[in-house]
Ligand binder design. Structure first.
Ligand SMILES: [Zn+2]
Ligand SMILES: [Zn+2]
Length: 252
């Protein structure tokens, strides 16, 4: 411990020197960041993402449509709420997601998590939400990427919400192909039976309101499949938290 402070001070000085010598650039737009920019994405990029407009459906978080919500019907009955920050695809939001998922900038997960933590949820969700559960990545992809981006986002939300992250409550038991180019029907079939909840995890989820975290909600196939596994394993309620949400009127 005695040597820790000087070493940390030296590290901080070295980082400050590097920042001075090598101006930081935004991982989404490659422009230099300004001194007021915290994190890895610049303020200009954050201001350009297309936020989901308000008012929103209290349950699914879609911008409010008059009458019956056409998006809620795509959520299983035990899914209490869903919230997302912005629409995808979108030039800026897609670059932020790409920096996190494909270009190795894991720190973007923290920037995203800090913004997701500020999204508003119904009062009962605020009271009840107990554990953050990142959607697991398939093992090969996680090994190639070096991290699960959903876990990084969940870990950033956790201290701000004051609830723990439990990454082992649901596991991927099949290596599915990437969902990116599949139709909604193909996505559901592709992901079916891809997840399981290990028996020793079931005590810690029983009766709880869990919040599943993913980078993007496209058709809901992956989140709905995870929610189904968690509900069958004993969770009482599940909510969803994602950075992006697909614009298509057929998705939720
Ligand atoms: Zn930028
Ligand atoms: Zn709705």
């Amino acid at each position: 411990m005695i040597g820790a402070a000087p070493r940390n001070a030296a590290t901080a000085a070295a980082v400050a020197m590097l920042d001075f010598l090598l101006p930081r650039v935004c991982v989404a737009c490659d422009r230099p960041t300004s001194v007021s920019d915290r994190g890895m994405v610049c303020g200009r990029c954050w201001s350009r993402i297309a936020l989901l407009a308000k008012p929103q459906c209290a349950r699914c978080g879609h911008p409010h449509l008059s009458g019956t919500c056409h998006f809620c019907v795509l959520l299983p009955p035990y899914v209490r709420s869903a919230r997302s920050l912005c629409w995808v695809p979108d030039p800026t939001a897609s670059r932020i997601v790409a920096a996190l998922k494909y270009h190795g900038w894991g720190g973007v997960g923290r920037d995203i998590g800090e913004r997701l933590a500020r999204l508003s949820f119904p009062p009962d969700v605020l009271r009840e939400r107990a554990v953050l559960v990142p959607v697991p990545l398939n093992a090969t992809r996680e090994r190639d990427r070096g991290y699960n981006q959903s876990l990084l986002i969940a870990e950033a939300v956790s201290p701000l919400w004051g609830i723990p992250v439990a990454a082992g409550l649901v596991m991927r038991i099949a290596n599915t192909e990437t969902q990116t180019r599949l139709t909604p029907g193909e996505r559901s079939a592709n992901i079916r039976n891809a997840f399981a909840s290990p028996p020793d995890a079931q005590m810690s989820l029983r009766g709880k309101h869990l919040v599943l975290v993913d980078d993007v909600l496209t058709t809901g196939a992956t989140l709905n499949e995870c929610a189904s596994v968690l509900f069958e394993a004993g969770a009482r309620t599940i909510s969803y938290l994602t950075f992006g949400r697909a614009r298509s009127g057929t998705t939720a």
